[in-house]
Design a protein around this ligand. Structure first.
Ligand SMILES: [Zn+2]
Length: 355
């Protein structure tokens, strides 16, 4: 895509339109409360969370994209000033609250930016998102897919999140006299915490900013900042460490649970990969595993493929694994001003059996 026209999760460059996939810190680097470069498009949930993340942000610069509803944009080519007509649609990426993919169609070709995503084959929300994406595509061939390649390696094979959640509940169940400490980010894994709260009919402790986020997400009554009310705590990932757990364990039997895709990391020095007597790692990931990434590419059969995570520990160009799943196009793959819409010769289908 022509530089300077559309920026997705990039905040340090001039662009005619800016798009935020979700509010995780690695996607908002360079975005601040005094943002003034231009209009920023995001999902309704991200917009609702925005003031708490960026107090004082000029909310008139926020443009909310309803999920699955295309919005037309008028841009101007930087090379020749010609008008460019683009339609953008936000699609649920099922990664964390408010997270979306962006589908761009029109004079820049058909480009899908997946953002961080997890579409498990058994997940109802993901199934609906897939259906929406195919409806909006309407048979258009995807020219370029920007893909979440966080776990783009066959070594990363982990279970769906509902299975991993049951594993966490089982660990808590097997340690009825322990304080349980769970490491989480500032956003994401709410479903896991809700399931734990419901399974044990107890509130889960969270830190004050996290409680505010829970309330903004409409999750009331299951979370508390009162330590005396519960033995289960969700603490920030950055303060989750063996040293913290050892200190807590010296006061009261304590067990840490780290729900993360990272245990599969091949890096031997990664401390999540090295088991500690007080830490249980559960393979609960908000990113797609390799099989799910392959399913996604197979569904769309793009002409071109690019990874969005260049610094991934296991990074290999997704093309290396998925070129055989991509669609060879006889026409140019970057139709700046196409005279007619190209249609996919392989019509993507969605399975009604949700396989
Ligand atoms: Zn993320």
């Amino acid at each position: 895509m022509e530089r300077g026209l559309i920026a997705v999760d990039r905040w340090n460059e001039e662009s005619q339109a800016y798009f935020l996939t979700h509010l995780h810190a690695d996607h908002t680097r360079g975005l601040s409360s005094d943002w003034s470069r231009g209009v920023l498009f995001c999902s309704p949930i991200s917009a609702a969370l925005f003031p708490s993340r960026f107090p004082g942000f000029d909310l008139s610069l926020l443009q909310v994209l309803e999920i699955g509803r295309p919005r037309s944009l008028k841009l101007a080519s930087r090379s020749d000033g010609q008008d460019l007509s683009v339609r953008v649609t936000a699609i649920d990426s099922c990664h964390c609250p408010g997270s979306v993919m962006f589908l761009f169609q029109g004079d820049l070709g058909c480009v899908l930016y997946s953002g961080d995503f997890r579409w498990e084959p058994t997940n109802e929300q993901a199934w609906r998102a897939k259906k929406t994406l195919l409806r909006v595509l309407g048979g258009d061939a995807v020219d370029l897919l920007h893909l979440d390649n966080t776990f783009c390696n066959p070594a990363f094979d982990f279970p769906p999140r509902d299975v991993a959640a049951r594993q966490v509940i089982d660990i808590v169940n097997r340690h009825p006299d322990h304080e349980i400490v769970i490491g989480v980010d500032t956003l994401g894994k709410e479903d896991l915490l809700v399931q734990i709260s419901q399974a044990f009919n107890t509130k889960v402790w969270v830190w004050p900013e996290r409680l505010e986020t829970m309330h903004l997400l409409g999750l009331n009554g299951m979370f508390t900042t009162q330590t005396a009310q519960t033995r289960i705590r969700a603490i920030p990932r950055y303060s989750f460490s063996a040293a913290t757990l050892v200190a807590l364990d010296s006061l009261h039997p304590t067990l840490g649970v780290m729900p993360s895709g990272l245990p599969w990391s091949p890096r031997p020095h990664d401390y999540y990969a090295a088991p500690h007597r007080l830490i249980h790692t559960v393979h609960f990931s908000a990113h797609s595993c390799f099989r799910e990434i392959a399913d996604f590419v197979r569904l769309l059969r793009p002409a071109k493929l690019a990874g969005t995570v260049p610094s991934s520990s296991c990074y290999l160009n997704p093309w290396h694994f998925f070129s055989h799943l991509c669609q060879p196009h006889s026409e140019s793959t970057s139709p700046k001003h196409p005279s007619k819409k190209r249609k996919s010769t392989v019509r993507p289908r969605i399975s009604e059996s949700r396989d």
